[in-house]
Structure formats: C-alpha cells, structure tokens
Design a protein around this ligand. Structure first.
Ligand code: HEM
Length: 500
C-alpha cells in the first residue's frame, strides 16, 4: 500500500470515528430504535455479524431480539422484519414509505444509480418503467399468446435428453439445458429471438456476461458499502464491476439495434418487449439509457430465478421419490400416459401445483425479497426507522416458521392440498410471499408459474429422475448470496426415459 493511501485511510478513520460518536449520541437521545446487537462506533456490529448476513442468520437474530431488529453495519442501518404483521406494514400498509430500494456501491454501478426499474426509488420514474415492462411481460394475454412457445421449448428439452445416451446412464447436468430453455422463453418475449443450441455464440456471450454480473453482485458482505473510507482497498473488484457493466450495456445496445433492423426487414413479426420499449422511447416517456436498463433488468430478474427454482424442484423430486411417483401418477391419470402437459392442463393438476408451491416455500430463492428502503424517517412496530435504512423482509422465515406451518422442515406438497389449501403464491397470506406482495412485488409471477408447471410436468411424465450412480441423494447444500439462495453444486441427474 502506498503512503498516501495509508495517510488518507487514517485521516478518514479519524474523522469517521468522531462523526460516528457524535451522530450516535445525537440519535440515541431522540430516536427509539429497534433492538439489535451492540454497535461499536464506525464498524457498528460488523465484527459480531461478519459477512454472512443471510436469512438463517437473520432468523437467529429474530429469535433473540424480536420481529424487528436493527443491525448497524458501519454507516448502514439494516432493519430485518420477520412477522406477518410487520411484513404487511412494510409491503402493503406503508408500501409507499418503504417502497424504494436500497442499493450498494456495486448496484449503483450496475444500475446507473437507479436509472433502471428494479433498483430505483419508489416514485414516478419507477411507476413509468414498471408499466412499460408490464405490458409485454405480464399483461393478461401473455400466457395465452406465449404458452405454445413454452410447451415447444419444454418438448425440445425432452427430445434432447432422450437423444443423449449419457442422460440415462451416468447422468447429465440438466440445469445447462434448462438454462437454454428459459433463455429462449424470455428472449422470445424480449427481442423475438431464440437460440438454437448451447453453443450458439450470442447465447454463450449473453449467458457469460449475465453470469459474471451475477457472480460479482452475489457477495453478501461488502465492507466498502458501510465503511466508505475502506473503498480504496476494493479498487480491483470495482474495476471488474465497471468493466462488466460497460460490456453488458454495449451487448444490450447491440441487441436492441439488431432488433430494430430485423423488425424493419420483417414487417410481419409480432411485437416483442423491445418494440414496446422503443415506442415508449419515441413518445419521450423514457430515455435511451432507461431502455437499455430495462433490457438489463429482464436479464437479471427473469432467467436465473426460474432456472434456480427448477433446479431446486428437481433436487427435491429426486430426494423425495414418493412425491415424484405421486406426481407422475397424477399426470398419467388426469391426462393419460404420454399425453404431454400443456399450460391449460395445469389447473387440472393440483399436485403439480402443490409441488411448485412447496418448492417455492421450502427453497425460497429470494429469501429476504429484494431490499426495500424508506427515503424518509419512518415508524415500524412502534420503533423509529432512520431514513434510508435497508429493510429486509425475511420471507423465508415466515414460510418456515413452526408457528405458522405444520412440520415446516419437511418437503411435503400435500400441505397445499390439505391444511394450507387456500394459500396462494401470489401472497394472499403474508406467511407465504415467494414473489413478494404489494407495489414492488414480482410482476414475473404471471409467466414463472406456468413455465415451472409445463417444464416440471413434462420432465416427470417423460422420465424417472434419479441421483447419479453411487449416490442416494442430490446434494442440496445452499449457496447464499446477497439476494438469492442457490444450489451450491449444480447436480448431475439421471433421467431414465419412460416408454408409453
Ligand atoms: C420463480 C421465479 C421468480 C421468483 C421466485 C421471483 C421472485 C421475486 C421477488 C421475491 C422479487 C422482489 C419482491 C420485493 O422486493 O418485494 C422480485 C422482483 C422482481 N421480479 Fe421476480 N421472480 C421470479 C421470476 C421473474 C420473472 C420471470 C420476471 C420477468 C418479468 C421477474 C421480474 C421481476 C422484476 C422486474 C422485479 C422488480 C419489481 C420492482 O422492483 O418493482 N421475476 N421477483
């Protein structure tokens, strides 16, 4: 480290200590803050908490301190909420107050300081961007217009797996093929395009750059977020983030440009999301960079979320063979052996729906939703919540709390046909909100649920899903990141074809 950097760091440290002590004294007098672990000047509770602030750690804090906990990490206040009542306050009753998003330095960079939709503050810009995304992705006709494409993509997966001798013998990493399928589902809506194979050059490029962005954004604890004078130590990491941001935005600009050319050549092609975004741009509702960030947002929100959920569901179906057998029997009985699951069939397959709901409960991939934020000082559960707190709703804890659920530690889809038969994934009961609820809830539920139903239904009716030879289970060790819970190791799966 050079002397100048060391000098700057020490100076920063000294002024931060002085400011932190002064601010905390002033605050402590006036505000009734939620309980939480002891907070030191400058570092807050970072030394006790460490860098693993995932939903399990937050659950432990909730058990110790209560339904609303304040964790101070340097300058950042993190408010963790874990009761139905307070989740309702944050997401519904006080939705506008807590409807902004907390970003960190990396997400400032990824989103151009909130020029996107997902990480922008609650207000007119967000409202406009959300409406523009909603038309092509979540309008009430989207399922009707698109389900044939999703069925064809799922049929292509089944075909490819049947043709691959390794699938029935040593097994394959099915995730890779499912990833291509979900990219195709989303890219057809986004730019009217699908990729032919996993080797398609553009697919490889998009997938790698999204993967790199996701890897860099996944880290849970980032000390430079809450102790800004330590930022110089992260120069290398920040440079990588900057580089990937530029690369991705250029890639998405090229995609939009290409779509403009294709649409002119082929006047008959049906309208895709980018066409809607371009119209909004022409009307002056959004600017060029907002348009590119919308494309960026769909790339991060729509694809891996669905792939991770499929990956978890497959792992649970293999580790719970009785569930898999029961699901297969339901499909065979209702549709007839070999009659392929179509989207309109899903409502006739309650056990399939229950398996999906149970996966989203037990393996909630966005366990604390995306971070909410209050722009101004607010009140919650009788406590003062300082402006710009990062508010995390521990949705995983609500969905796995023995106070609300019978034997929550079991993967038991039957619960959604028996004691929880009225509970829906759309959040009609706040103990189960895998897509959030309220203003900032996931608009993608409209397409995610049918895609999950078609894909899982087709896999189970066409194959027996098994662990690889020599193993009795799929490894379900979690990899918990800033926003998402993924499977640590992408599993190899054996798929034995059924004959009809
Ligand atoms: C199984 C699949 C998915 C799950 C579990 C999921 C879950 C979530 C969750 C928990 C949130 C945050 C809610 C909150 O902070 O209150 C969210 C936000 C969002 N999701 Fe999804 N999602 C999935 C698929 C999709 C798809 C397919 C799309 C495509 C349109 C999508 C688009 C979005 C967007 C745009 C937001 C941000 C909304 C806003 O800030 O206003 N998601 N999602």
């Amino acid at each position: 480290m050079d002397l100048l950097l060391l000098g700057k760091t020490l100076l920063g440290l000294f002024s931060a200590v002085a400011t932190a002590i002064l601010v905390s004294k002033l605050h402590a007098k006036r505000l009734k803050l939620p309980p939480g672990p002891f907070s030191f000047p400058i570092f807050g509770s970072w030394l006790q908490i460490g860098n693993n602030l995932d939903h399990h750690v937050l659950t432990d804090y909730a058990k110790k301190y209560g339904d609303v906990v304040l964790l101070r990490l340097g300058q950042l206040n993190i408010v963790a909420v874990s009761s139905k009542e307070l989740a309702g306050e944050v997401l519904l009753t006080q939705g506008p107050e807590f409807g902004s998003r907390s970003r960190n330095i990396v997400y400032d960079m990824f989103t151009g300081n909130g020029r996107d939709m997902i990480f922008t503050d609650y207000g007119d810009h967000w409202r406009k961007m959300r409406r523009i995304v909603a038309t092509p992705f979540t309008g009430n006709k989207v399922v009707q217009q698109r389900h044939r494409e999703w069925e064809e993509e799922a049929a292509a997966v089944v075909e490819d797996v049947r043709r691959n001798p390794a699938a029935a013998a040593e097994g394959i990493v099915l995730r890779r093929r499912l990833q291509l399928m979900v990219y195709n589902n989303v890219y057809k809506i986004l730019i009217g395009k699908r990729f032919e194979s996993e080797e398609d050059a553009l697919f490889v490029k998009v997938k790698e750059s999204n993967g790199e962005r996701s890897r860099l954004g996944h880290s849970l604890g980032n000390f430079a977020d809450f102790i800004p004078f330590l930022r110089p130590f992260l120069r290398g990491y920040m440079n990588m983030c900057r580089e990937i941001t530029i690369r991705r935005l250029n890639l998405f600009k090229d995609l939009v440009h290409q779509r403009k050319k294709d649409a002119v050549l082929d006047g008959n092609s049906s309208k895709c999301a980018v066409d809607h975004f371009l119209e909004a741009r022409h009307k002056g509702e959004i600017k060029d960079d907002n348009l590119i960030y919308l494309v960026e947002n769909i790339n991060v929100a729509a694809i891996e979320t669905t792939v991770w959920t499929l990956e978890w569901a497959i792992a649970e179906l293999i580790n719970n063979p009785h569930v898999q057998t029961k699901l297969r029997a339901e499909i065979d009985t209702v549709l007839g052996p070999g009659v392929q699951v179509m989207e309109p069939d899903i409502h006739k397959l309650p056990y399939l729906q229950a398996v999906i709901k149970e996966t989203l409960r037990f393996r909630m991939i966005v366990p604390c939703l995306l971070p909410h934020m209050n722009l101004n000082n607010a009140k919650l559960g009788g406590y003062d919540i300082p402006a710009r707190s990062r508010v995390l709703v521990n949705a995983w804890m609500l969905a796995n709390d023995p106070a609300h659920w019978k034997r929550p530690e079991e993967f038991r889809p039957e619960r959604f046909l028996e004691e929880e038969s009225r509970v829906e994934a759309s959040g009609n009961d706040l103990k189960y909100i895998p897509f959030g609820v309220g203003r900032r809830s996931c608009p993608g539920i409209v397409i995610a649920m049918p895609v999950l139903g078609i894909t899982l239904g087709r896999l189970v009716q066409n194959f027996e899903l098994l662990p690889p030879p020599g193993q009795s289970r799929i490894d379900t060790t979690e990899n918990n990141g800033q926003f998402a819970t993924r499977v640590l190791k992408h599993s190899t799966v054996v798929l034995k074809p059924r004959s009809f």
